[in-house]
Design a protein around this ligand. Structure first.
Ligand SMILES: Nc1ncnc2c1ncn2[C@@H]1O[C@H](COP(=O)(O)OP(=O)(O)OP(=O)(O)O)[C@@H](O)[C@H]1O
Length: 296
């Protein structure tokens, strides 16, 4: 479990990036920080591995302050995946993935072996191992970034807009891959995005932030969609428009669900009892009740 305790961050130039932020991020779940540009998402993420030092307050991992020990050792036991992959251009794919292992003293042979396994884990073909990052597509580079973040088998994986720079089709593919990976690996994932659909797709816990990393609402996707805290959240999640502004339309073959553009999204199942039990299952998605909805 990661816990932020009254954390603030003011940068040396006087910018108040985070003001009094407190939150528990449960273990083995995905928490998504979502909010518009400059609201403090990256700063929050980087305070977990001390790439940014808090001005005041504390961040704890399993009850232990991250501020007590050596920041370099801390960073090596926390996976980090960033936008544009952050791969080292003069290292091969295999060497990039093996980096953290090598830094922690693992021998070259063993590190490469482990790196090869990681390529399989993230769905990358072995023949890419000897290529350089510039010889890969954007989506492949991001997969290498994920493999590198996971190579040392960290309990915590921090992901900062990891799929922000790839086209929508590749992005959807990478999102599904992350869902698959998470179900296999069971990490504590902290994911930053400004895309609310991505947040709802990936997050067990979604944290909607406003300027200064002020928490506007925190909850499961279902909780937020079913009960937006205020007008800000309602506007942010697009509750009144697009794919979430759904209405029921009766047809000769039963009720269907139609979006705000008039497109039929799926067939409504008659399951009033299932609706009641959904409330007890926070991980359920609104789309679960819609037969045939393709998801965000
Ligand atoms: N090193 C820095 N020095 C001064 N101000 C900074 C620094 N890093 C970030 N900031 C400022 O702190 C605020 C929060 O930045 P942060 O990068 O955390 O936001 P964000 O929500 O991740 O934004 P984006 O989605 O655009 O990446 C912004 O106003 C930003 O300009």
């Amino acid at each position: 479990m990661i816990e932020f305790r009254s954390v603030t961050k003011t940068f040396p130039d006087g910018t108040h990036a985070v003001g009094d932020f407190s939150l528990v991020l449960p273990s083995r779940k995905t928490t998504v920080f979502v909010g518009s540009s400059g609201c403090g998402k990256t700063t929050l993420l980087r305070m977990i591995n001390r790439m940014v030092e808090p001005t005041s307050g504390d961040v704890e991992i399993d009850g232990e302050s991250v501020l007590g020990g050596d920041p370099v050792a801390l960073r090596r036991r926390i996976g980090y995946v960033m936008q544009n992959s952050g791969l080292m251009p003069h290292f091969t794919v295999l060497d990039n993935v093996a980096t953290v292992l090598r830094l922690t003293g693992v021998g070259k042979r063993e590190a490469h072996e482990r790196a090869r396994t990681m390529l399989d884990t993230v769905g990358l073909d072995q023949h890419l191992a000897d290529r350089y990052p510039s010889q890969l597509s954007g989506g492949q580079q991001q997969r290498v970034g994920v493999a590198r973040g996971l190579a040392a088998d960290p309990n915590i994986l921090l992901m900062d807009e990891p799929f922000g720079a790839v086209d929508p089709i590749v992005r959807a593919d990478l999102q599904q891959e992350l869902i698959r990976l998470q179900s296999e690996l069971d990490k504590t994932v902290v994911f930053v995005t400004h895309d609310i659909d991505e947040a709802f797709l990936l997050g067990d816990q979604v944290v909607i932030l406003d300027k200064g990393a002020r928490i506007v609402q925190v909850g499961s996707p279902s909780e937020i969609i079913e009960n937006p805290a205020d007008d800000f959240v309602e506007a942010f999640i697009g509750a009144e428009r697009g794919r979430r502004a759904l209405t029921v339309k009766q047809t000769p073959h039963g009720a269907v669900v139609v979006d705000s553009e008039g497109r039929t999204q799926g067939r409504l199942r008659e399951a009033p009892t299932a609706v009641a039990s959904d409330a007890a299952e926070p991980a359920s998605r609104a789309s679960d009740a819609i037969d045939g909805a393709s998801g965000p």
